[in-house]
Design a protein around this ligand. Sequence first.
Ligand code: AMP
Length: 172
Amino acid sequence: MSSERLRNSIKDYPDFPKENIIFKDISPILADPELFSDLIKKISTYPFANDTEAFIAIDARGFIFGSAIAICLKKPLILARKQNKLPGKLIEKSYGLEYGTDKLSIQEAAIMPFNKFVIVDDILATGGTAKCVIDMLKIKKKEILALSVVIELTELGGSRNLGVPVYSELKY
Ligand code: AMP
């Protein structure tokens, strides 16, 4: 896959959804089936993707990439969803965002059969969202092989406090 083509596809929207945030829109990747497919194939060749027992995708854009990778590798996909979206017994945790705070939930029964996980999201910014999922998995003594993101905003230093390897396709 051409990193240049991937980089050129990302569109910046300054001051969205708040002032001083440069929103990075991944939608053009999805509108380019060849690019999207090449990206998923590339991530699916990484050793962590083959070694994991299941993928956990983060609400909402992480679902897009996580489900595509899980299908490509024929591995289970588990959802880390925003609050009040999942039924049953949940593991829940609040976290801080680059713009606001939120809470994520995972169905306890969904993660129980597996020990090794890869977390998938679209963008790593401050790392608060990914850390929330990592913490929930650690409470249940699960192993996290990697966080896989399309974009990493390195200036925000999100990867520093996660304690898991981060694989990003584009760094800004
Ligand atoms: P964070 O918890 O700060 O690492 O933020 C990660 C989540 O917020 C990801 O799920 C992204 O979808 C979203 N996000 C954070 N910053 C941006 C940004 N500059 N552009 C687009 N999405 C963002």
